[in-house]
Design a protein around this ligand. Structure first.
Ligand code: UDX
Length: 428
């Protein structure tokens, strides 16, 4: 099918590449000319494993082209809207980019009217699909579908090619058939439903995953107090098929472009309907206080951080991404600096973005280097380069052998045997 994808961020670019890989003729649209220029050369603006190679291949095959102007895609049967819906000042989702894309589609449709589906992939409040359908009511032959995206950064391409499920919200059988044709060949269970249901599935999924994490993080605080081991506890819980093993890892809290933004947007949406999602409120509260609790664990060993050198290992919100949005590392660095510590940080790819916010700290070329002379090393993001360390060398080079593991990813027994004092999140 002929497909246009508006927006070339994480979701848009991955969607465009995966659809092109699946045999569709795809046009990627982005307003930023410099980005389009780079994409045409096969240079991805984001770091995502496997994406560069896949992008080059579909460009070479002629299955994917990029433009700034949507009129270049005027004969597309499907228009995907994949623009950002950032958090507005009041916590609601800001739909400015989305509404801009809808009005561009309206113009292009009037140039070349035909049967087509406008698919909203951006995460949007319940009712947005309805609103967009109303805006496009005058465009004959246009249906509006909601098709939320569940991809995770770091495995975005794989998630797009092999999704856990395909959720399609439509209000007529032709649109459902068109979407089925688009995803023909992609093996995944389908949920064909209303637009509002599809929209809420996305928010509810992210809110539920965030809930699991905050539940485990709060339990980890208890586990620390009891001297139990949260890693063993989560394993024991996860083996119950009703619970499952995923998203039970305690740590310094969730970050990224989705969970923080989508949980507040869902709370605000509910509030507009006079519903207080009290559990979700607590989920956010636990997440906001988790870095504070984590630093308290450090301060139990080093009560006065003034003048102390602290190594911060891992800066991105999770491994295998260059994304630092809402990364716990940012809150931790800020708090460490406020307490008068000097920080040496390492991340395989996130350092340059963090250095724009924190030019005053030192960035090193390796995790081991960040630990040299440090009174404590904090693991904040479990990059392999921050986890697999030469413990003997690290022990020799640190001023004080104190490890505070914010991801429970360091081998606690091994490091203790190597002479370190080890503190995890809910384990020792
Ligand atoms: C998330 C959803 O997983 C995805 O379906 C949705 O489309 C977008 O939001 P993403 O933000 O890329 O994806 O990352 P994810 O792997 O979900 O991790 C989010 C945050 O939770 C990270 O900061 C991660 O470190 C943290 N996390 C995850 C935990 O602290 N513990 C866990 O057990 C799992």
């Amino acid at each position: 099918m002929k497909v246009a994808v508006i927006g070339t961020g994480y979701v848009g670019l991955t969607t465009a590449v995966s659809l092109a890989m699946n045999g569709h003729q795809v046009t990627g649209i982005d307003l930023v000319a410099s980005k389009v220029e780079k994409l045409r050369q096969g240079i991805s603006p984001i770091y995502e494993p496997g994406l560069d190679e896949a992008l080059k291949k579909v460009l070479d095959d002629g299955a994917l082209t990029f433009y700034t102007d949507l009129t270049e895609a005027k004969d597309a049967e499907i228009f995907f809207i994949c623009v950002g819906t950032p958090e507005a000042a009041d916590g609601t989702a800001d739909l400015t980019y989305l509404l801009g894309a809808v009005s561009d589609i309206e113009k292009v449709h009037s140039l070349a009217p035909q049967e087509r589906i406008v698919v909203i992939k951006s995460t949007v409040p319940v009712g947005t699909g309805e609103k967009v359908a109303g805006m496009l009511a005058g465009c004959q032959g246009v249906s509006v579908a909601s098709n939320p995206e569940f991809l995770r950064e770091g495995s975005a391409l794989l998630d797009a090619l092999e999704p856990s499920r395909i959720v399609i919200g439509v209000d007529n059988p032709q649109a459902a058939a068109g979407m089925e044709e688009l995803y023909n060949g992609v093996k995944a269970p389908r949920v064909i439903t209303t637009r509002a249901n599809a929209e809420l599935i996305k928010y509810a999924s992210n809110a539920f995953l965030a809930t699991r994490i905050s539940f485990m993080n709060e339990l980890a605080r208890l586990s620390t107090a009891l001297g139990t081991d949260i890693v063993t506890i989560s394993r024991g819980m996860g083996l119950d098929s009703r619970i499952g093993p995923q998203f039970l890892r305690a740590g310094v809290g969730y970050g990224g472009s989705c969970f923080p933004k989508d949980t507040i947007a869902l709370l605000r949406l509910a509030a507009e309907h006079n519903i207080h999602l009290s559990i979700l409120d607590k989920v956010r509260e636990v997440n906001n206080t988790q870095p504070v609790w984590f630093l308290e664990q450090l301060c139990l060993q080093l009560p006065d951080l003034k003048g102390k050198q602290i190594a911060v290992l891992g800066l991105t919100f999770k491994p295998d991404t260059d994304d630092i949005r809402e990364a716990p590392s940012l809150k931790l660095i800020e708090a460490l600096l406020q307490k008068g510590a000097s920080v040496k940080a390492y991340d395989p790819i996130g350092a340059s973005d963090v250095s724009k916010q924190f030019p005053q700290i030192t960035y090193t070329q390796s995790a081991e280097e960040a630990c040299e002379g440090a009174q404590a090393a904090l693991l904040v993001t479990e990059w392999e380069q921050c986890v697999q360390l030469d413990w003997k060398r690290v022990h020799q080079s640190m001023a004080q052998p104190l490890l505070v593991d914010g991801r429970n990813a360091w081998p606690n027994q091994e490091v203790k045997e190597a002479g370190f004092h080890y503190i995890g999140v809910g384990r020792s």
